[in-house]
Design a protein around this ligand. Sequence first.
Ligand code: THU
Length: 134
Amino acid sequence: MIRRLEAQAAAARALAYAPYSHFAVGAALLGKDGKIYTGCNIENASYPAGNCAERTAVFKAVSEGCREFEALAIAGGPEVGDKLTLCTPCGICRQVLREFCPPEFPIYFSDGQGGFRMMTLSELLPESFGPESL
Ligand code: THU
């Protein structure tokens, strides 16, 4: 299943709208409902209005009624060509994942060496602030 998730993340890159950075990212989020929610980055002429692939996937899932997740895969790299580079989730996406996912939640990201590496959410976002902090 993880290999399938990685493949779907790589495929989702094809839909990235990245005319400013030319860096295309795809994400594939496995819901506990068994569905895979994909996302891509969507940039904007007003740069801060752009959205990352990971948040696109999370927001799609939550807006369709899925709030619990098993794993996430992320594939990123220059939009020209198939080469994937190192692509860990940005800080904002880590925080958005923190809202819905447990500390041990596995995040697979392209490692820039032809494969994927896994880190847990708590490794990527230690000592974090979440729903139970309020
Ligand atoms: N980006 C993502 O979509 N996810 C990441 O994990 C890293 C960065 C996007 C944001 C922006 O559209 C482009 O990649 C360059 O930062």
